[in-house]
Design a protein around this ligand. Structure first.
Ligand code: KMH
Ligand code: ZN
Length: 287
C-alpha cells in the first residue's frame, strides 16, 4: 500500500503563537481594576504574560486618567520599557480609539515598535464606527515598509480580506516577507465569532499567510477552540474579554494567557517562544 502523501505543514504549525492584548482602548479601569493602564502595570503584565506563554504583546496605552491616548512620548517610553523588561514582540496598535485622528494613528510608527496592527477596513463598532478608508490603509502600509515595522493585518469582516489582497497586490509583501493576519471576531457590527465564519475567512486568506483569531467577549472560547482545531494561532487579553467565565471577571491578563497556553499544549502545539515568533513573523532582532 502506498503511504498517503501529507502536504508540507505551514511554517510554525507545530507551535502556537499567543498574542496578548492586555488593555485596549475601550475597557474602563474603574469597572475592571485588573486592567493594566500605567506603564508599571503594563510592564508587570508583560513579564507575567511572557512567563505564561505569550510571545507578542499588542499595546494600547492610557493617560494619567486612564483614558486612551496616542501620545508619542508615552508610546516611545512604553516601547523602551517593554523591550527592557521582556523579550516579547512589541506590537503597537495603530487602531487606537474610534475617536483618534488618522495623523495620530500614522505617527504611532514613529515610536519604532517591532510590529503594529493594521486594520483592513471600516467596521461598525457597537454604537461607533471604526474608520479605515482605503487611502489611510494604503498610506499606513507604505509607512510600515519604509520604517521596517512588521504589520499584523486585523480583519474584522470578510470584506477586509478583499482589501488585504488589494493591498498586497498593489504594494507587495510586508517588511519581513511574511503575511500574518488576526481575525477579530464577534465585534457587534463585524463578522460573527463562530466556527463556520472562521473557516470561510481562513479559506479566503492569501496563500502562505498565517493567522491568529480572537473572539470578543463571550465569543472568546468558541473562537479559541475553532482556531486551534483549524491550525491557527491565538490572541487573548482584556482588550477583547473582561469575563473569564460567565459572571466572573478576569483576574489578570496572565490567566487568559495561561488558559490559552494550556489549550495549545492540549492540542499538541505548545506556545511559540518569542525568539521563534521573531523568526516566524520576520521581525527584526533589536536585542
Ligand atoms: N480600539 C479599536 C477601535 C487595533 O488595535 O488596531 C481598534 C482596535 C484595533 O483596537
Ligand atoms: Zn487593539
Amino acid at each position: 500500500m502506498t503511504p498517503e502523501k501529507t502536504p508540507k505543514p505551514p511554517a510554525g504549525s507545530g507551535t502556537t503563537l499567543i498574542t496578548v492584548a492586555p488593555t485596549g482602548a475601550e475597557a474602563d479601569k474603574k469597572r475592571h481594576p485588573a486592567l493594566p493602564v500605567t506603564l508599571n502595570e503594563l510592564v508587570n503584565t508583560a513579564r507575567e504574560c511572557e512567563a505564561a506563554g505569550a510571545s507578542v504583546i499588542h499595546v494600547h496605552i492610557r493617560d494619567d486618567q486612564a483614558r486612551p491616548t496616542l501620545d508619542l512620548t508615552r508610546l516611545r517610553d512604553t516601547v523602551r520599557a517593554l523591550r527592557e523588561s521582556s523579550t516579547m514582540i512589541v506590537q503597537l496598535s495603530t487602531g487606537g480609539a474610534v475617536t483618534d485622528a488618522y495623523a495620530d494613528r500614522l505617527a504611532v510608527l514613529d515610536a519604532q515598535p517591532d510590529a503594529c496592527s493594521l486594520t483592513c477596513g471600516t467596521v461598525n463598532f457597537g454604537d461607533e464606527v471604526f474608520m479605515n478608508p482605503w487611502p489611510f490603509i494604503r498610506e499606513l502600509y507604505a509607512r510600515t515598509k519604509e520604517l521596517h515595522v512588521v504589520p499584523e493585518f486585523e480583519l474584522f469582516d470578510l470584506g477586509h480580506v478583499t482589501t488585504l489582497h488589494r493591498l498586497l497586490d498593489e504594494l507587495g509583501e510586508p517588511h519581513g516577507g511574511h503575511v500574518h493576519c488576526d481575525l477579530v471576531m464577534g465585534v457587534p457590527g463585524g463578522m460573527p465569532g463562530d466556527a463556520p465564519t472562521l473557516v470561510s475567512a481562513v479559506e479566503a486568506l492569501p496563500a502562505g499567510a498565517s493567522w491568529s483569531a480572537t473572539g470578543i467577549g463571550r465569543r472568546s472560547l468558541t473562537v479559541m477552540f475553532a482556531a486551534l482545531s483549524a491550525g491557527g494561532h491565538l490572541r487573548v487579553g482584556m482588550e477583547d474579554t473582561t469575563s473569564y467565565t460567565k459572571g466572573r471577571k478576569v483576574a489578570s491578563n496572565a490567566e487568559l494567557v495561561q488558559r490559552a497556553a494550556a489549550l495549545a499544549e492540549l492540542s499538541q502545539r505548545p506556545p511559540m517562544r518569542p525568539y521563534q515568533a521573531r523568526a516566524f513573523l520576520g521581525v527584526d532582532d533589536h536585542s
